[in-house]
Write a protein that binds this ligand. Sequence first.
Ligand SMILES: NC(=O)c1ccc[n+]([C@@H]2O[C@H](COP(=O)([O-])OP(=O)(O)OC[C@H]3O[C@@H](n4cnc5c(N)ncnc54)[C@H](OP(=O)(O)O)[C@@H]3O)[C@@H](O)[C@H]2O)c1
Length: 235
Amino acid sequence: MSQKVAIVTGANRGLGLETCRQLGAQGLKVILTSRDAEKGQAAAAQLTAQGMTVEYHPLDVTNEDSIQQLKNTVLERHGRVDIVVNNAGIFSDPKEPWTAFSANIDTLRTSMETNVYGPFRMCQVFIPIMQQQHYGRVVNLSSGMGQLSEMNGGVPGYRLSKTALNAVTRIFADEARGCNVLVNSLCPGWVRTDMGGPEADRDVSQGADTIVWLATLPDDGPNGGFFRDRQPIAW
Ligand SMILES: NC(=O)c1ccc[n+]([C@@H]2O[C@H](COP(=O)([O-])OP(=O)(O)OC[C@H]3O[C@@H](n4cnc5c(N)ncnc54)[C@H](OP(=O)(O)O)[C@@H]3O)[C@@H](O)[C@H]2O)c1
């Protein structure tokens, strides 16, 4: 079989970039995407210089045309899509005050657009290709902040979006069943990135471990699950 093709969203920095690095190190062909072309090209060049097969493509997950263009280009050049890592995400709740009482509904909408409808569109576009190939792995970057079993107050935009993203995982995992397409969510832990901040207790390498594990699951791997540190966690 030809080299597997993996698409990673929001990959110019943070967990997305590290995921590309770890997938590239395993010999996969990586399509590193970002909405800022200059930053994405620089990130891809950095990995190519380390001997990995990495290609840059622009992608804004809130833009339907942008997703379609990505699909067309990747199919034209490579003829397949094996892995999609829905990593792009935003934390748009204001730092203070960040209660549900003070939340601006537009902030909630913005969070949903990137963190939920973006991955939803990616699943709509790429899972049918995976079904035809009888192989596919989709990884959705969720968060412990989206766990209903642990749900507390604060940051409603981010929390709502990650809970809803877990529903996206369950819905597509069920609809894609039977075609060797595995769709899963994970929480990477608290990771030192622009989003996680310098106080976080994990580096990107630890944070990306479960992402890459889910992206490369064997055919008998889990489907429709939620994981941290390669272990199932409560929804
Ligand atoms: N860090 C943590 O502790 C932590 C914990 C739990 C879950 N997560 C999740 O892990 C994922 C990655 O987080 P991170 O910590 O690496 O964050 P990050 O450093 O802030 O990176 C986020 C990435 O998403 C991109 N992005 C944002 N909106 C986009 C859009 N509309 N289209 C395409 N790309 C877009 C950003 O691009 P720009 O550079 O253009 O802004 C950036 O590359 C997120 O989904 C996050 O919610 C992180």
